[in-house]
Design a protein around this ligand. Structure first.
Ligand SMILES: C[S@@+](CC[C@H](N)C(=O)[O-])C[C@H]1O[C@@H](n2cnc3c(N)ncnc32)[C@H](O)[C@@H]1O
Length: 515
């Protein structure tokens, strides 16, 4: 079989590479690039690997969601129901159709299936599966021409991992030893340690078109994009086409460096700096890290007092604990308490972290607990009051996904057969006027359509358009303008409801903030 070259996988590339002392190699715009334009598009990155929980509810080939995914509240945004069939060879990976299974078998799975079967019921972590796949394809001479060499030229920070001599260095050693045994490769353990170092430093978190984390992905060209907390580009995955793209967030001038954010850039400066040093071995010197106060967000980069620092630390701990908690009420309580202790200080505007992340986690946890009405109110606060401060571009992909979530929740409320149990929502319930409710959904969907634009052919844009057409959106498009007064009344109701819920966060009763 003829091998595809590195270039054949790259359908768009508007960059050239340059090296500088501080940041190593980086990618620069080779022409003026408009906001939202694709800078790089790569069909089938060199490596993609699903997280262990996602192997159960995600098709191993097209990465579409199976029906199991509905139990995962983060995936509320995707409304596609597929029954997945497990591979009868290994009992590890699943497919939504025979076609997907055949494609996957031919391209990768036949090389790894018997190994997965041998280890079953144990499943290797995603980074080990990623490297095994790479080595097995290399051994079978099935890697696209040039990609192995390009991968081996990437930064590994191996010496720094070694001199830090921490837990991660131990893990790198263990993974290298295990992989050598499983893949039967001619590469030495030293080279395999280097291979793992390269994976850790250069992979992206692979997300669905709705930004649900799915696993990891790596491609040697995209790996050359450097970091800035004040980024001008973002990474997107269109799962069904396996396309990894880097898109411009704002206009980028010719010869300007393309920079994405490796981390959550909305976090406080000291948290960002620590994460970048821990995972990528550098001190960020971007414009956002150099300012004492972040101009756009208007919040101090460092907590103002030791008391605030302690509260911030506690709130971050509560956030991490809520993310891990698999019970129904536990994560809700943790988020609400974290929100309460931050807001009680009087120093945390709604968009200051980790307050914003606690609210986002609260939305996810409330959906999991079936408290759709309350989840909607918090999602609404996030979309209206928090996102515009944290992400100034109206078309920022996370803002669009949050708006989509608001629409999906409003739809769920409309079709829900139950009434809200939460008192403030009962008082102002937005379902009281069902015609208005439908119009609000349509109005927001229309606003989202405008922000997505007509020329975006990504999966997210396609799903948004598909649902708009299915709901008869184009015929109804005049409603919002004709009934502006009704909308204002509805907006007042929503505002009163959010104000009451926000006030309650300042009080901590025996059964929590919402008591
Ligand atoms: C994914 S690689 C990016 C390509 C890399 N510059 C190279 O030469 O291969 C990540 C590494 O690039 C470097 N890097 C990325 N962004 C940086 C920044 N803003 N300042 C300093 N170094 C940076 C760090 O060494 C980091 O571990």
């Amino acid at each position: 079989m003829a091998h595809r070259t590195l270039e054949q996988h790259i359908s768009v590339d508007m960059t050239h590479k340059k090296r500088c002392n501080e940041t190593g190699w980086g990618l620069y715009a080779s022409t003026n690039i408009a906001a939202r334009e694709a800078i790089i598009s790569i069909e089938r990155p060199l490596v993609i690997s699903l997280d262990i929980p996602r192997l159960k509810d995600t098709c191993y080939e097209c990465l579409g969601y199976g029906s199991e995914a509905y139990r995962n509240p983060e995936r509320i945004a995707w409304e596609e129901d597929k029954k997945l069939q497990v591979c009868t060879g290994c009992h590890v990976v699943r497919y939504c159709s025979k076609e997907c299974q055949t494609l996957s078998w031919k391209s990768v799975h036949k090389h790894e299936c018997s190994l997965f079967a041998r280890l079953h019921p144990n499943i290797l972590p995603n980074n080990v599966r990623a490297i095994l796949q790479l080595l097995l394809l290399r051994k079978a001479n099935r890697l696209p021409h040039g990609e192995w060499d390009a991968f081996m030229n990437l930064e590994s920070h191996l010496q720094q991992w070694e001199s830090r001599n921490g837990r991660q260095w131990e893990d790198i050693g263990l993974m290298a030893r295990g992989t050598k045994e499983y893949a039967g490769t001619d590469l030495s353990e030293e080279t395999l340690r280097e291979v793992f170092g390269k994976l850790l430093v250069n992979c992206f978190t692979m997300v669905s078109p709705f930004y649900d984390p799915l696993g990891l992905a790596l491609h040697p060209l995209a790996a050359l994009v450097n970091h800035s907390c004040n980024y001008n580009a973002f990474v997107r995955f269109d799962t069904s086409s396996h396309c990894l793209s880097v898109l411009a967030l704002r206009p980028i001038a010719r010869d300007e460096q393309i920079v994405v954010s490796y981390i959550d850039a909305t976090n406080p400066r000291h948290v960002r700096q620590k994460e970048l040093q821990d995972k990528y071995f550098f001190d960020c010197a971007c414009s956002k890290c150099s300012d004492y106060v972040t101009k756009e967000e208007g919040v101090p980069q460092l907590p103002e007092s030791s008391e605030h620092l302690l509260v911030e630390q506690r709130a971050f701990e509560l956030l991490a604990a809520a993310q891990k908690d698999t019970s129904i009420t536990g994560p809700i309580q943790k988020c609400q308490y974290g929100i309460h202790i931050l807001r009680k200080t009087g120093a945390w505007p709604l968009h200051r972290q980790p307050l914003a992340s606690l609210r986002q986690q609260l939305v996810v946890s409330l959906i999991a607990a079936g408290q759709i009405h309350l989840a909607f109110v918090h999602a609404w606060i996030q979309y209206r009051s928090i996102d515009p401060k944290l992400m100034t571009e109206k078309h920022h992909p996370i803002r669009l996904v949050h708006l989509w979530l608001v629409i999906v929740l409003l739809k769920r409320i409309y079709f829900a057969s139950f009434s809200p149990t939460d008192l403030p929502i009962q008082k102002y319930t937005i379902t009281s006027n069902s015609i208005m409710h439908i119009k609000l959904i349509h109005y927001l969907h229309w606003a989202l359509m405008k922000r997505v634009g007509d020329d975006d052919d990504g999966t997210f844009a396609q799903v948004v358009r598909h649902h708009f057409i299915q709901d008869g959106g184009y015929e109804k498009q005049r409603y919002p303008i004709a009934k502006r007064d009704d909308f204002l009344k509805e907006a007042e109701k929503l505002k009163a409801c959010t104000t009451e819920i926000l006030e309650k966060e300042l009080v901590w009763g025996e059964s929590g903030a919402a008591a």
